[in-house]
Design a protein around this ligand. Structure first.
Ligand code: HH2
Length: 251
């Protein structure tokens, strides 16, 4: 899953693809690099980010989805029901929901749904995240939401541990180490580590543009543990590494 953020303030590519033409061009580039899904977002959920009004978010994502949908599967990265609905009408077939609350919307419009775990809300989630057992708590939350979605009639339900969403570095590492416990639920797992802050901290303070190696390493790790999809900015590098793993190492 390649990331296209049509936002002014996303933590790694904010402002680069706010213009629809630039976002579409970038999405097509990621398709050429091997992305199977393009995730289009119009609201940053980086730590500290505030909410974007519905009209503005809709204005940012709809033209990009319309242009990309004939070429590739498109998901919409949103927490808002209204935006999910117009995005599906524009051609998106997957609702990537970091709030894990839009399953009825996905059921209503016949789209797939990604339930991501987050403790708190982006504005404050990194202040002091706490868990007794992060893997068990994330797993039971996701299972509960996934069951609700299945009961509501969503035919395609994904789960995502929400790396960096209300989690300290140790929480992120525990979730990655124990990803098998999410994979074991039987729901397909998607993981997003790409260029995130913990990679910078664990690699001696690498800037956001210098986190490709850590991003690829963690993506390959996630795939090796059984994740079905990784959400990444650096599609070419990730596809090359994933192909090596799948074609050569696992052969
Ligand atoms: N991470 C981000 C946004 N959406 N969706 C899923 N399912 N999983 C993730 O880990 C995830 C996500 C944050 O990354 P990004 O889109 O690059 O930044 P921003 O939120 O600042 O736009």
């Amino acid at each position: 899953m390649g990331i296209v953020n049509a936002t002014p303030d996303s933590f790694s590519d904010g402002g680069r693809f706010l213009d629809a033409g630039a976002a579409i061009e970038h999405g097509l580039r990621l398709v050429a690099e091997g992305a199977d899904v393009i995730d289009v977002g119009g609201e940053s959920t980086r730590p500290g980010a505030g909410e974007v009004p519905v009209d503005e978010e809709r204005r940012r994502v709809v033209p990009v989805i319309e242009a990309l949908a004939p070429h590739v599967r498109v998901s919409v990265d949103t927490r808002k029901a209204e935006v999910a609905e117009v995005a599906v009408a524009a051609g998106a077939t997957l609702v990537n929901d970091v709030s894990a609350s839009l399953w009825e919307v996905a059921a209503g419009c016949g789209a797939g749904w990604v339930a991501m775990h987050m403790q708190g809300v982006p504005a404050t989630m990194q202040v002091d995240p706490r868990y007794d057992d992060v893997v068990a708590e994330v797993r039971s939350f996701l299972l509960e939401r996934a069951a609700a979605a299945v009961a509501a009639g969503v035919a395609e339900v994904w789960i995502d541990p929400g790396i960096g969403f209300g989690k300290g570095d140790d929480h992120n590492l525990e979730l990655l180490a124990d990803l098998g416990r999410l994979v074991g639920t039987g729901f397909p797992v998607v993981v997003g580590t790409s260029r995130k802050g913990f990679i910078g901290r664990l690699t001696g303070g690498a800037d956001v543009d210098d986190r490709v190696q850590g991003s690829v390493a963690t993506a390959v790790w996630a795939l090796a543990q059984g994740a079905a999809m990784v959400r990444v900015h650096d599609v070419a590098a990730t596809v090359a590494a994933a192909r090596l793993l799948g074609d050569e190492v696992a052969a």
